[in-house]
Design a protein around this ligand. Structure first.
Ligand code: BV8
Length: 246
């Protein structure tokens, strides 16, 4: 990110009253959480997109849980990084502020963000296969797979798998916020997963400034107002410092 780009981005943010922060796996990379399209995006020879598909869960719930409980166990050591923390601290400085995340790691909430829409669910919850009842599952590894709820009901991970619809209302809430915002910060996403990747476009089409933070160019880059090259943990605190007066 150049000095001029930083000043331009900070100008947009200091003028903004309503902000949406749209995040993907990249914002958690500096917390030690592997991204989907990074080098280690396979597990037991399966691409993450297969391990995280409704097809695998329907075919073999226990193996699907092994994949998710493996990630949960790795995630236990993960802490929010400077980008998550800066976003949590910036929340109070805007009339309207919403984090729309594709991530399932819960690190935004762990950093103190209180206004978060999880488009793809959360790894720390399970859901009754029959009842749909949600359960917090904070401990990893789980003692038995699949975990069970009341009445010994088998649970599934409370995440949106490839080939599944998003939670009712989540996308709509995110889309409304995107069409209202003045700035949409897009952090650490390749912009390839839909319908989530429509959110920055909704913001842009409604006249918002869309600012991307990513070490690499992405599918979204040609469509954003500003594309800032670099790591989220470095850039995001610098952008938001102008707002929170830090
Ligand atoms: C749907 C939860 C309607 C699980 C996730 C065939 C059948 C059905 C659907 C489809 C189909 N073909 C395509 C689709 C649509 C599909 C889709 O979009 N597929 C893609 C891969 C082409 N979408 C769906 O299936 C969605 N549902 O369409 O429903 C439907 C229903 C039935 C039938 C037909 C249609 C559901 C998608 C949700 C999947 N679940 N997560 C889990 O976590 O295991 S998505 C998963 O990918 C994660 O949530 C992740 O966040 C997300 C998106 O990826 P990114 O976040 O962008 O991560 P990625 O690794 O790609 O990129 C990281 C970026 O960070 C990179 O750009 C990198 O440069 C950058 N970075 C790295 N380090 C840093 C950094 N940036 C900043 N700082 C750093 N330090």
């Amino acid at each position: 990110m150049t000095e001029a780009q930083q000043r331009q981005a900070q100008h947009y943010l200091t003028q903004a009253k309503r902000v949406v922060v749209f995040t993907g796996a990249g914002i958690s990379a500096e917390s030690g959480v592997p991204t989907f399209r990074g080098q280690d995006a396979t597990w037991k020879g399966m691409p993450a997109a297969i391990a995280s598909s409704i097809g695998l869960l329907e075919q073999d719930l226990t193996t699907a849980w092994e994949w998710f409980d493996y990630r949960r166990t790795r995630l236990k050591a993960a802490a929010p990084n400077a980008a998550h923390i800066a976003i949590a601290q910036a929340e109070k400085h805007f009339a309207e502020f919403l984090v729309v995340t594709q991530n399932v790691d819960g690190l935004h909430q762990k950093a103190g963000s209180t206004r978060v829409v999880e488009l793809h669910g959360n790894l720390w919850r399970g859901r009754g296969l029959r009842t749909g009842k949600q359960y917090d599952l904070p401990d990893a590894p789980l003692p038995t797979l699949p975990p069970r709820g009341e009445g010994d009901e088998p649970l599934r991970p409370d995440v949106v798998l490839f080939g599944e619809m998003l939670p009712a209302g989540a996308f709509e809430t995110a889309e409304i916020a995107a069409t209202r915002c003045d700035v949409c910060l897009v952090i650490g996403t390749s912009g390839v997963v839909y319908p989530a990747a429509l959110i920055p476009f909704a913001a842009r089409d409604a006249g918002a400034a869309v600012i991307e933070v990513n070490p690499e160019a992405t599918d979204l880059t040609p469509h954003v107002t500003l594309s800032l090259r670099g790591q989220a943990g470095d850039i995001v605190p610098r952008l938001l410092a102008a707002v929170s007066g830090a």
